[in-house]
Design a binder for this molecule. Sequence first.
Ligand code: VG1
Ligand code: CO
Length: 559
Amino acid sequence: MSLTVQTVSTTPFADQKPGTSGLRKKVKVFQQTNYLENFVQSTFNAVGESVIKGGHLVLGGDGRYFNKHAVEVILKMSAANGVKKVTVGQHGIFSTPAVSATIRKLGASSGGIILTASHNPGGPDNDFGIKYNITNGGPAPEKITSAIFAQSKEIAEYKICPDLTVDVSKIGSCSLQIEGLSSFEVEIVDSCDIYVALMKEIFNFEQIESFLKNFKLNIDCLNGVTGPYAKRIFVKELKCDAKSVVNSESLEDFGGLHPDPNLTYAKSLLDMMKLGEHDFGAAFDGDGDRNMILGKNGFFVNPNDSLAVIAANQDCIPYFKNKAAAGFARSMPTGAAVDLVAQKKGKKCFEVPTGWKFFGNLMDAGLINLCGEESFGTGSDHIREKDGIWAALAWLQILSSQSAEKQSVEKVVRGHWNEFGRNFFTRYDYEEVESSAGAKVMSNVEQQLTSLKGQSFEAMGVKYTVALADNFSYKDPVDGSLTEKQGLRIVMMDGSRIIFRLSGTGSSGATIRLYVDCFSSDAELFDQDSVVLKPLVEIALKISDLVQVTGRQEPSVIT
Ligand code: VG1
Ligand code: CO
């Protein structure tokens, strides 16, 4: 007996514009009749029948509330739209890096769908998200996300097999007959297998394992999707004590935790590390693509430095040994520490807009093999997403390759500063500001862009003169596409920068991000972050009038 395909009439929603990384909304928004269905059909329509029909799709999410329901709906719609095969993570769960690895490994011709709102909290009153990844394993580029948005504004119907049900809790395959179409296969896999195998190809696990005999880990999964991966890798493969991995149950509401690995939301990890009992700490976000690295006594590794340290020590990682030619990349607001490494190594360093989707073309073209963002994202061309566990393993491989007296996170970072100088960085996030206030702060700055050049500002006795002020735009060197209005930049004569951006991942109101960075090679200043950065923050607040406009005396999060 074959399953019937139904064509259901629907009307468009006006707000299905994918942001920095897919569509993110409150669960309540996704629960509106046809909301999810519209977006999925718009995605299939935008990608096109030639890619979807007869194709192979990878599907899974970070396990947050609504994940289960979304998997069921997407399976029913994939079948009705003629997809030939869907590979689903067991229980519908897959970390973002694992989806990317799986798409690539299996050569999934229709790409993949990832269900996550990443670092945003989960549960019935919190966020859900969905994004489409292309066949290279990476987030869909702007060309596709704009097409999805265009489709979502015109959609009149979607296709679904209402009676299709698949038990995704059991590993195995099943084949179903769909009316008027060929068979539809669902393959349920252990979502860790392909990912773990890939990590074992990239790193020298024996070396890390023997190093970890005397090096104590504290890995915090914040009850996100990485729990099972971390247990497999750190406990089973690398033989660490089971207590090395905490908050390792993937929960629908992340146990009430905010799965964002930074000093505010992963404070419990920081506090644990401060006790001095562990040598290395790491935390990951809800979907497993972000990482925060801490050293003994809570020594914080800024993500800009983390990227630069990995770049400088690439040769310690077996995967990179034969890939010496490729360059590096970072998002525009990311501090330029990695640029200095590139310079020293005679490599190119690209600067792209915020969002991992901008790295994909550079990787596919072999121009870069390592990249990162200040927002706790680090990754390489082993996949096309940033990768939290990979970053922790990269650090462990680097540490295990140091001489005995240098096997400490802090020593590696300080050694790096001594060699290259230090790029100081801070980010102020003003979360859930009223949308109109967010827009006003941006327009305050934008209006001054043309007049700022040449102006001098003084704060706390330090004087800066503006060398450049613009709205960042990026021309992709591979396909020539132009992406405009990616952040307001004020660059000072000495290279120090102030950047304003509105977040594209929030689900309510506006989140203003203020990024400040500067450089010094004066070792006396290396421990005086706030002394070095504070004047620039003050100047930024003055130029934007942020406190007055938003009524916020302090940011919600400081990195
Ligand atoms: C934020 C970060 C950005 C990151 C994006 C997705 O975007 O700033 O660097 O790529 O989140 O990360 P925005 O637009 O809110 O600044 V994840 O881990 O949420 O997929
Ligand atoms: Co994420």
